[in-house]
Design a protein around this ligand. Structure first.
Ligand code: HSE
Length: 434
């Protein structure tokens, strides 16, 4: 018989924020208590939950744990892990920094904070001998932060291409398969709770840019400011673009892309035509996916639910269990990998294929003039199709696709095309993958 073991000292966990994701984490912590204790080797104990309204009861949190003072979390000596689920930059950023500086490990789902000052906070964690984990900040329940930081570390990653905003993917999927127009698809997304009443961050690609900045850090070991990411939202897309793209064999996705080109980084979040048969062309509805290309592994695709209380709780609690196991084993954190500042190429130098939809007067010679403007800027046309002709207005819609061209060349050609007498409107200009 072994000697009687010491009573198992629980590991104290406190939460900042008890909104949707917080509720998911509280429920999972309660339901999984025994399982987690077995996996960690010691039970987890919920210590404090920082909320705005302390009087409102929360499932999974005893009333005594609720507080509206952040200091109560810091002053609780038995809290070893702080889980930040408040969202937004302030005061979350300050709270994370103070928790780290007080010697607490921190787990966060906060994409905005990690995109804007992740490297700085990781360094702060390192200085204080604690860990800062952020699996839930990108792709909700999809494991991607840890795979990039650990399982793919032997690779030189050359490209990360991702669908990392479920709201826009839902809207674009409805526009692709139901022929909905943008306003209709967005209203439905709002009705179902996928889109916020103010959808700006999602539809203008801001949310995706935060997540892409985090992915680029992990993949390329560089700091990229979300402001350096070229961005185009989806609000200007029309149902016609989806019809024409479909006829050409493409769907349209909001792709977040980071690619190393001669040591510099091309980064963008843009609606992009992508062939239906491409793996990312098949990621529909609110799903997210991240495709990674590495020199050793080749191409790998991570796909799954990118938001929602349960999938996000899965990622948050994986981090909590990971760090709790370190606490039990008495393991200190590893030295953080140092990031260098990325050299980001301006959009004018980045290359892509393009799709453009141009409404023109249906007269002889128009096409030659447009082709001339493209040719003068070294842009090679891949295909031209004349779609709807309006007999009364005597206009036609031209859809032109190009081979790869620099953004700056394209802008110059478009400036010339816009000035042509025969051109009524440049309806849309979109990137094409490939
Ligand atoms: N608003 C995000 C999305 C979820 O639509 O994917 C949270 O990151």
């Amino acid at each position: 018989m072994s000697e009687a073991s010491e009573p198992m000292e629980p590991i104290g966990v406190s939460l900042l924020g008890a909104g949707n994701v917080g509720a998911g984490v509280l429920a999972a912590l309660q339901r999984g208590a025994e399982r987690y204790a077995a996996r960690v080797g010691r039970p987890l104990e919920l210590r404090r939950v920082l909320v705005r309204a302390r009087a409102r009861p929360r499932a999974g949190a005893p009333a005594g744990a609720l507080t509206d003072r952040f200091e109560d979390v810091l002053e609780d000596e038995r809290t070893q892990i702080v889980v930040e689920l408040m969202g937004g930059e302030h005061p979350a950023r300050e709270y994370i920094a103070r928790a780290l500086a007080s010697g607490r490990h921190v787990v966060t789902a906060n994409k905005e904070v990690m995109a804007k000052c992740g490297p700085e906070l990781l360094e702060l964690a390192s200085e204080h001998g604690v860990r800062l984990l952020y699996e839930a900040s990108v792709g909700g329940g999809i494991p991607i932060v840890r795979p990039l930081g650990r399982d793919l570390l032997a690779n030189e990653i050359t490209a990360v291409t991702a669908i990392i905003n479920g709201t826009t993917n839902y809207v674009l999927t409805a526009m692709t398969y139901e022929g909905s127009d943008y306003a209709e698809a967005l209203a439905e997304a709002q009705r179902l709770g996928y889109a916020e009443p103010d959808p700006t961050d999602d539809v203008e690609g801001i949310d995706a840019a935060y997540k892409l900045a985090i992915l680029c850090g992990l993949a390329f070991h560089v700091t990229v400011s979300p402001d350096d990411i070229a961005r185009q939202g989806i609000s200007g897309l029309s149902a016609r673009d989806f019809r024409y793209a479909d006829e050409l064999g493409y769907t349209i996705k909001l792709l977040a892309s980071g690619r190393l080109v001669d040591g510099a980084l091309d980064v963008s979040v843009r609606p992009t035509l992508i062939a239906y048969e491409e793996p990312l062309g098949k990621v529909d509805g609110v799903l997210n996916a991240v495709q990674v290309e590495g020199d050793l592994v080749g191409r790998v695709l991570f796909e799954g639910p990118g938001a929602g209380p349960k999938p996000t709780a899965s990622a948050v609690l994986a981090d909590v269990l990971d760090v709790a196991r370190d606490v039990v084993a008495g393991r200190g954190p590893l030295e953080a990998i140092r990031y260098r500042k990325a050299v980001v190429r301006p959009p004018s130098e980045q290359e892509s294929r393009y799709y453009m939809r141009v409404t023109v007067a249906d007269r002889a010679g128009v096409l030659a003039k447009i082709a001339g403007a493209l040719g003068d800027n070294d842009i090679s046309i891949a295909s031209v199709v004349q779609f709807e002709v309006d007999e009364d207005a005597r206009t036609a819609e031209l859809v032109i696709t190009t081979h790869k061209a620099r953004g700056g060349r394209l802008d110059a050609a478009l400036a010339t095309i816009r000035e042509l007498d025969e051109v009524v409107e440049i309806g849309s200009v979109l990137q094409m993958a490939g």
